[in-house]
Design a binder for this molecule. Structure first.
Ligand SMILES: [Ca+2]
Ligand SMILES: [Ca+2]
Length: 138
């Protein structure tokens, strides 16, 4: 079912909402590449496509749960699952549905918020700061 949802995809899925544990981890071995806005949007759409299994443009509760189950089956910690749940919750539109449009809007709002110097790109430092912020309780 979720063949595309490998470990790497799960990591991408968690972009801007990595579990709180990450903020106390030592510096990553690899510096993440700078992500420009267009690339970020493509990643967001790719994430949504992984959730919307039946391709109807809406990630319903069952599809969201299936992703959580798949990520959990990969051994993701509860914090990671909580981050995904939060991403889903943030992506719900005014009609109460998690659609491609509302999900993309919410994630790109997060992208812009993380883009501290407003150059339309997230460099490694901005990604790290957003990751740390995502682990903070609201
Ligand atoms: Ca669907
Ligand atoms: Ca920037």
């Amino acid at each position: 079912m979720f063949k595309g949802l490998g470990a790497g995809s799960a990591a991408a899925f968690l972009m801007l909402a990595t579990p709180a544990a990450a903020q106390t981890a030592p510096a990553p071995a690899q510096t993440p590449p700078t992500i420009d806005r267009a690339t970020g949007e493509e990643m967001v759409k790719g994430m949504f496509a992984q959730v919307d299994a039946n391709r109807d443009g809406v990630a319903d509760a069952a599809e969201q749960q299936a992703v959580l189950d798949a990520v959990k089956a990969q051994g993701a910690p509860e914090q990671a699952l909580a981050s995904i749940r939060r991403i889903f919750a943030e992506g719900v539109g005014p009609d109460g549905k998690l659609t491609l449009a509302s999900f993309t809007k919410a994630r790109m709002t997060a992208f812009d918020k993380a883009d501290a110097n407003h150059d339309g790109k997230l460099d490694a430092a901005e990604q790290a700061a957003a990751t740390a912020a995502a682990g903070q309780p609201k």
